[in-house]
Design a binder for this molecule. Structure first.
Ligand SMILES: [Fe+2]
Length: 192
């Protein structure tokens, strides 16, 4: 299985510089490269599984980090494509309002998750088996990622997402900027 970095057309954003986006896209392509590298190495090392079993296990353990880094960033960058929009009516909006009692209540709860100490992601998912939304914090790229759900909204809270624009003590301003630039049509389309 081989992955190719996706291309993203991201307009100039408010509060998140082009420099940050360019650097960040470079980091994303590094995750794609390392997913491919791990898969290639596992295949190569498997020729002598007996001697390489420990190395293979460790690479297998590492795959979740690299794969998460690839998929999380693809969800993240796509949310900026096409520029900021208002929230469209539809299944996403109504489910969100139903589960949290209103958009503002949901937003406040999601922003609290985003302020979790550490590096990782605030994630909102759709569980298509129940048509319910779920949200959580993901450490690094993979730890705590929920199973059998699809990403609806991905907010990167690694410092590389904002440190060229804000000091770590001002990460709340980055979170505000993130929401000002969101294409809600893209986000809502993930709920279907
Ligand atoms: Fe990132």
């Amino acid at each position: 299985m081989h992955y190719t970095p996706k291309e993203f057309t991201i307009p100039s954003l408010q509060g998140i510089s082009d420099h940050t986006i360019q650097e960040h896209l470079g980091l994303y392509s590094g995750y794609v490269k390392h997913v491919n590298l791990i898969n290639e190495k596992i295949t190569a090392y498997s020729n002598d599984h007996e001697n390489n079993s420990y190395a293979i296990s460790e690479m297998q353990r590492r795959l979740g980090f690299e794969f998460g880094g690839m998929k999380n960033h693809e969800a993240y960058f796509a949310q900026f494509e096409g520029g900021a929009t208002t929230m469209p009516d539809g299944a996403f909006k109504s489910t969100l309002e139903e589960q949290w009692g209103g958009f503002d209540a949901w937003l406040a709860s999601f922003q609290r998750i985003a302020k979790t100490r550490g590096v990782g992601w605030a994630m909102l998912y759709i569980d298509k088996s129940t048509n319910q939304l779920a949200q959580t914090w993901v450490d690094e790229q993979h730890l705590g990622q929920l199973a059998d759900v699809n990403i609806v909204l991905a907010l990167d809270m690694w410092e590389h997402s904002y440190m060229l624009d804000y000091p770590p003590s001002k990460k709340g301003e980055y979170i505000e900027a993130f929401f000002q630039n969101l294409n809600w049509e893209v986000v809502a389309s993930r709920v279907g």
